[in-house]
Design a protein around this ligand. Structure first.
Ligand code: KG4
Ligand code: ZN
Length: 347
């Protein structure tokens, strides 16, 4: 079955065609970064307008790249929650229109669960291999940082989440304070490569072990960075050390909590997904930690880490198979969380 996946929850308009939840036939991303850069972050109303402009040509480019006719599309999947509501409304309206025109089902997809499914796009056998479950997934993006346990039956348990800023926000806000362009994450990653991560000992949050053993907190770290740079100009040759030290504090927290949670829940493998999963230091350190524990770390490829339509089509495929004879034909953008989180594997 071929699914069209549509993503418009934040500042990327992305459409992909994916066969059987695994084989990506085409995937197009229209970025809005140049617009939001001017404001140092994503402006929801502007994002919605840009999605409206971009969706049509992104759809056409996606069909052209896959070289398939619309008659081959079996269903449409679209991000319904969570995200910027004006942006979600544009994507879901477009999806409903395409679904109605083609006479195919339209499925609403949970964006965060779809980020986890991005890993299955790059590791095709993982979802079918019982010996690798439960999987502990670290999802780190611009809006979320979560530790999710995925069981063989597809049920998802959130073991930890951020109490304040998401990991991506921690990167983006520090970069903004330093006058670096939005989004800061990739720039910090690049500049930190030549820096000394021990140059400054940034604080690591100490959270109550009973209540918040697997939760994250990055707001204190951000404040510490603001205090470091307050009232002075950072010399160009100081920047890599400063950023490497700051990045090390984020990566340490993410790696420590992930490995602790993996031990706690008896994970048989790890997965890393979401935009921050592109970070080279996080990929390397989590990989080394997993090796020591004898666990395999499954990385989503960078193009499937940041927001993309392929992961939406990926999860949509599981939902379509599980939906039975009358799949939904109309989807609404949700302002609140739908019930339990799960990937409806058919076991
Ligand atoms: O998943 P994503 O594309 O969008 C959301 O759902 O939020 O994630 C975007 C986030 C931004 O905060 C961006 O700075 C961060 O991912 N990011 C990175 C890197 N590449 C993207 N953060 C650190 N290092 C990177 N290489
Ligand atoms: Zn995302």
């Amino acid at each position: 079955m071929i699914l069209l996946g549509i993503e418009s929850s934040c500042d990327d308009t992305s459409i992909a065609l994916v066969e059987d939840g695994k084989r990506v036939l085409s995937s197009i991303v229209s970025s809005q970064i140049d617009i939001h850069k001017l404001y140092g972050g994503v402006v929801p109303e502007l994002a919605a307008r840009e999605h409206l402009v971009n969706l049509r040509h992104t759809y056409q480019a996606c069909l052209a790249e896959a070289k398939i006719d619309t008659a081959s599309i079996d269903a449409v999947a679209v991000t319904a929650f969570p995200g910027l509501l004006p942006a979600l409304l544009v994507g879901t309206s477009f999806a409903n229109g395409v679904g109605a025109a083609l006479g195919v089902p339209v499925l609403g997809v949970h964006h965060l669960v779809a980020h986890v499914c991005a890993v299955f796009l790059d590791h095709n056998d993982l979802a079918e291999d019982r010996s690798r479950f439960p999987i502990l997934a670290l999802l780190v993006s611009g809006g979320h940082s979560q530790l999710m346990k995925i069981d063989w039956d597809g049920s998802i348990t959130i073991l930890g989440r951020t109490l304040d800023d998401a990991a991506g926000e921690a990167f983006d806000k520090a970069a903004k304070a330093l006058g670096l362009p939005y989004p800061g994450g990739p720039i910090v990653d690049r500049l930190a490569k030549t820096g000394n991560p021990e140059f400054i000992k940034f604080p690591r949050a100490r959270l109550d072990r009973d209540k918040h053993r697997f939760d994250f907190s990055f707001s204190g770290l951000k404040t510490s960075m603001l205090n470091q740079i307050k009232g002075r100009t950072i010399a160009d040759d100081e920047l890599p050390d400063l950023l490497a030290s700051y990045q090390a504090a984020i990566v340490d927290a993410l790696v420590d909590k992930t490995l602790d949670a993996a031990r706690y829940c008896g994970a048989r493998s790890l997965a890393l997904c979401g935009g921050v999963a592109c970070n080279s230091s996080l990929r390397a350190h989590l990989g080394a930690g997993a090796d020591k524990m004898g666990l395999k770390l499954h990385l989503a490829s960078p193009k499937h880490c940041t927001d993309n339509g392929a992961m939406i089509a990926g999860l949509g495929w599981y939902q379509l198979r599980a939906a039975g004879p009358n799949p939904s034909r109309f989807v609404e953008a949700s302002a609140s969380a739908p019930g339990e989180l799960r990937i409806p594997f058919l076991r």
